[in-house]
Structures are given as C-alpha cells and as structure tokens.
Design a protein. Structure first.
Length: 370
C-alpha cells in the first residue's frame, strides 16, 4: 500500500529532516513549516521510523480539507478512506489541536471526528458497535486557519525515545534535538568530538550513533508494527538493511561534566545505547577546558540561566568557557543557548547563528568555525 506521510518537527529542523529522508532513498520529500512530507509503501514507513534521527514521529496523512463548521468537519472526515488502514477491531482514539480557526473547541472537534470515522466504518464493516480491542490507530488532527489535516500515528512513542535514557538529570535535551545539533555540525566520526557540558550524555551518545551510522530506532518498537496490514517481514528487512549500513571504526568522542552524578548517568545511558566502547565520559570543569586537537568539534548545550542557573551565573559560566576555549585552537564550536547576551559574555561573535527551539524555549545555535 502507498501512503502520503509526514514528519512533524520543531521549527528550524525541516531542512535536515528532508536531507535525512532523501539519503534514505525515500521519494517525494517536501519541507513545509513544522512538517516534512514524503510518500512511500510499507517499507518506507518502516524505514523512516527506524532510521530518522531528528523528526518527532511518522504520521500517515489521510486527507486535508477546509472546515468552518462542524457539519463540514463531519462530512470531510467521513469522506476519507479510513477502512484502508483501520480494521474492524482497531482502536482509534482522537486527539489534536486547533489554531486561528472557526472551530476552536478541541473537545467538540474530537467528538465530531470520532463520530464521522465511526459512521464511515459502520457503512464498510456493517457493524453497529466497535469494541476497539485490536491494535492502536491513534488519530491526530490539526486545524490551522480552518484547514483540517487528519493523520494516523504510525510511531507511537515519539522518535526521540530511543530507549537508552530512562534516567536523566535536570533539564535534559531531547535526543532528536541533540542529533540535530550534531548533524548541523557536520560531524561524521573523523574529527575529535567533545561536549564539555554533557549532563546525562545525550549529545555524545547521538554523536556516536551518527559516527557509527547506527539507526536510532533499532532497539525499539513502533505502533505500526502491530498493524495486521503491514507484514512483519517488512520491519525485519528494514532492520537488517539498517544494520548492514553501519560503520565500524575508531572514534574519539568525549563527554565531560562537573557533576559526578551526571557523568555516572551518562555512562549508564551510553551502555544502554551500545556505544560505551566509543564514548568516554569524565568529570571535568568546562571553565578549565584545555583539550588539544589538530581538528575537533565541540557540540554542547550549557545551562541557559532560565531553569537551572540564575542569569548572572550563566553569564559567568559563558565568560569563563570563552576564556578557556580561546587558548585551545582548532576546535569548531556549536553551542545552543537561549541567552540573548551569549556572544557578549562569551567574548566572540558567532560566525553563524541558526534559530532552533528546545521544547518551547526559543534558542540560537551559535556556530564558530575557527
């Protein structure tokens, strides 16, 4: 079966996700604000779930239409071919959101969409009551400026849940954002790599997965795996193909943090991720950074001064790290911060900045090339 699919993402990451999909030989890739679209069969659906590093999840788009009234929402929903994916025993709860639209009550929209799908399936399966005792087919709707998009979630848990980080310290960075930062740094395993504010180790672990070209979803399951319409062999074949694409080499990846407890958690996470053989973690003060390299990349997410440190303490931290790094040549730096005065505190203007969102926090990725 062929699907139109989309990957929702944080603003600013549409381009890297589109590049990922193209490298996976997935057709019809098109980036829009907050979403990247593509098409494909069961194989492409499985491949995207298993291999995507940066996207939030994989959705099957059932259809889009305009609706300014509940009647229009009902009829537009009922007209879509839900039976092509949802079997008679499938469970299909509904959730979503509405922005800048005539239909602003989310709970009412949920009820109307649910009722319309039930009526559609009644006419196809000729039954009056759906027990919903089978696999999960989570319906997601979005209504923006009266434009309705209806999707079925094929991932389940967000793709950032790789399975290696059940434990973490305060203010963690999502795995998908960490992978995006490493991807934007263009690190591929050849250079030295360091995160001097590593916390629970997410950035160095994602760097190791990228260096090894290991698919981040190999060790987890996805909702669509339980769908009877997709043969199990499709998932097995895509996992085998992903393993065949892995690299095996020597990598110099270091994560350090001043907090011994965070370093201990980072080591545990690296072990769960299967990269503890290529990532080295140690307790160290970033303000005394003195690592030498012929060519290296620092990718890091120091405290912003919003949740953990007070603003003045964060500025002191940036100032001290800037001084330490000024004595260590040959490191490129990619640093994520929401602090508007970062460059002034750090002591240098970035060669380039890229706006990103860490959750709901608007940030800049400051890039220093020399």
């Amino acid at each position: 079966m062929n699907y139109k699919m989309c990957v929702p993402c944080l603003l600013g990451l549409e381009g890297p996700i589109a590049d990922e999909l193209k490298k996976l030989s997935i057709p019809d890739v098109a980036a829009e604000n907050g979403r990247v679209y593509f098409s494909g069969s069961d194989a492409e659906l499985a491949r995207a779930n298993i291999c995507l590093r940066i996207g939030e999840r994989v959705l099957i788009e059932m259809g889009t239409f305009e609706a300014k009234s509940f009647d229009a929402l009902f009829e537009g929903t009922k007209a879509l071919p839900w039976e092509s994916i949802i079997p008679a025993e499938g469970a299909f709860p509904v959730k979503g959101y509405s922005l800048n639209s005539h239909l602003f009550s989310v709970s009412d929209c949920q009820k109307i969409i649910k009722k319309a799908i039930v009526e559609r399936l009644k006419s196809v399966y000729h039954i009056d009551w759906f027990r919903e005792s089978g696999g999960l087919y989570q319906i997601q709707f979005s209504i923006m400026k009266d434009r309705v998009s209806l999707c079925i979630d094929a991932s389940g848990d967000g793709l950032h849940k790789r399975g290696y980080r059940p434990a973490h310290n305060a203010a963690p960075l999502k795995e998908t954002m960490a992978a995006a930062m490493v991807t934007l740094s263009r690190y591929r395993g050849r250079d030295d790599f360091c995160d001097p504010f590593c916390g629970s180790g997410t950035i160095p672990i994602e760097a190791a997965l990228i260096a090894k070209n290991r698919a981040p979803g190999l060790g987890r399951s996805f909702t669509a795996q339980s769908w009877p319409g997709i043969p199990r062999r499709v998932w097995e074949d895509e996992r085998e193909a992903a393993r065949a694409r892995e690299f095996h080499g020597e990598y110099r990846i270091i994560g350090s943090d001043i907090d011994p407890r965070s370093v201990a958690i980072a080591r545990e996470n690296a072990q769960r991720a299967g990269v503890d053989d290529v990532v080295h973690f140690e307790v160290a003060d970033a303000l005394r950074f003195d690592r030498k390299t012929e060519r290296g990349v620092i990718v890091t997410n120091p405290p912003y001064g919003e949740r953990i440190l007070e603003k003045q303490e964060a500025e002191t931290l940036y100032r001290g790290f800037g001084r330490a790094l000024s004595d260590c040549p040959n490191w490129q730096l990619y640093l994520l911060s929401s602090h508007t005065e970062f460059e002034r505190c750090f002591g240098r203007t970035a060669d380039k900045k890229r706006k990103l969102y860490n959750g709901m926090i608007k940030c800049d990725l400051y890039m220093y090339y020399k």
